[in-house]
Write a protein that binds this ligand. Structure first.
Ligand SMILES: [Zn+2]
Length: 134
């Protein structure tokens, strides 16, 4: 257990040293959303590097399987949280284009009364559920 605390301390120190460097380079640019995303990307890379490190330590026998699994889980959670943050920061291109496509194929105000799908002007029957649109 003492070993784990030592490793965590080393990691924390590495982050402490590494983070101001990241901050310094980011401060040169304006606080744009893209830049925040870049910071998160950089952080993600760090986490991946840390995971590679613990994998290596595990193979070298410096980490017990239990400690390795616990650390890995911790990093994975952090990586997932970062990816969620990135998702909210970056414009959801997929969502926007899908909405635009739906709007393009269905003139405003015409929807299937049965299932609510957008109904193109010429269609007599709903393409989704087959209900009569007339
Ligand atoms: Zn329908």
């Amino acid at each position: 257990m003492v070993e784990v605390v030592g490793i965590l301390l080393i990691l924390a120190t590495a982050l402490f040293v590494g983070y101001p460097l990241l901050q310094k380079s980011s401060r040169r640019l304006s606080f744009s959303v893209n830049h925040q995303a870049e910071d998160l990307q950089a952080r993600k890379e760090e986490i991946y590097a840390a995971i590679r490190d613990i994998d290596f330590d595990f193979r070298m026998g410096k980490l017990s399987q239990e400690d390795h699994a616990a650390l890995r889980e911790q990093y994975k959670t952090e990586a997932i949280n970062l990816m969620k943050k990135l998702d909210t920061l970056l414009p959801a291109a997929g969502k926007g284009s899908r909405r635009a496509k739906a709007a393009g194929s269905a003139p405003a105000g015409r929807f299937c009364a049965q299932c609510g799908e957008p109904a193109p002007a010429g269609d007599k029957f709903c393409s989704a559920c087959g209900a009569n649109l007339a």
